[in-house]
Design a protein around this ligand. Sequence first.
Ligand code: HEC
Ligand code: HEC
Length: 325
Amino acid sequence: MRQSIYAIVAICVFSAELYSQSAPSNSQAEKAKIELGRRLFYDADLSINGTMSCATCHEQRRAFSDGNSLHPGALDDPGKRNVPGLANVSLYKNLTWAHNHLSGLAEQSFAPIRGTDPIEMGMNAHEDEITKRLGQNSCYQKLFSLAFSEEKGAINLGAVSKALESFEKTLISNDSLYDQKMKSKQPLPTKDAQAGKKLFFGAAKCNSCHTAPLFSDDDFHQVQPQNQVAVNKIKDNGLSDVTGNPKDKNFFRTPSLRNAVLTAPYWHDGSAKTLTEAIQKHDVKINQALSEKEINKIIAFLQTLSDTSFITNPQYAKPSQECPY
Ligand code: HEC
Ligand code: HEC
């Protein structure tokens, strides 16, 4: 009971936050931080051999996910998990597929830049190289000074991660057809989408984990059928790899279904190619043994969660070479 009250409070806070996003602060320092973060997000100089930026794996047109099951790192280390989209990522307290004490976006960015399991951008033990490379660029010198005047514009991994966080906080997706119709209290445009919505929030119980408005409860669940867990080829036990508690084995954070049509393939290991497969992969106790027709209706509903303005917003796109300052 207590837990459910907390859950309701948490959901209300989420929805207030998602829909009350105002324009980011007007202060010159904050604006510079966001612009700096965007430039860094698209800059392959953050990888050891200059081949890979954040955007190599997080593509705007795919709601900041990519089209691979797993994405190898800059040095061809095989990826371990499917690249998640970054819509509304600042509203989660549990970041990545399975971590219960990683909540800061600045801290998270250390994982791709200098992490070793797997190696993504390969900057482990080469952090000085970041200072050297970025320091040679006069636009970066200006942006770091404006954004971090209290640190006298020092260029280092700490400042890089804070700027990335400022940019990622602007990645808000709340203008899908579903949001528009909900605001104007109108039904969805097709019968199938409307029927799918009813199933999603009703008999199929999808909303109990993929909770609106984020379409994720930001919590961990084990949803694979027991007999398939053993088939997992990549050694990835989900949350128990972090907590050490065997009870958390194969628990993963519920992925958001916003923009799901754009983020194939699916599941933490990218093993589901289509939305149908992704839904059918849940244990039958969880997907309620839905018929193919019912699944198609739910997919018609999921299509209304795509946010065109999010994937075309020029403020999230690769910046031009020209220095804005
Ligand atoms: C090689 C591909 C790759 C690159 C490059 C990459 N990422 Fe990721 N990103 C991933 C994968 C895979 C995950 C999921 C990791 C996990 O669950 O352990 C992820 C997760 C994330 C998350 C958490 C999302 C969530 O839903 O909780 C954020 C934020 C993020 N990345 C930001 C970045 C930033 C910023 C950069 C650049 C500094 C970057 N990524 C570079 C593949 C990549
Ligand atoms: C008990 C919680 C729970 C319920 C109920 C649930 N899901 Fe999920 N769903 C998850 C989790 C957790 C994952 C990630 C599984 C993994 O990768 O191991 C997931 C994955 C997905 C994915 C893949 C998304 C992606 O980006 O990889 C889709 C699509 C999906 N669910 C749709 C549905 C639909 C539709 C329903 C209702 C029929 C539903 N789910 C019911 C927890 C749930």
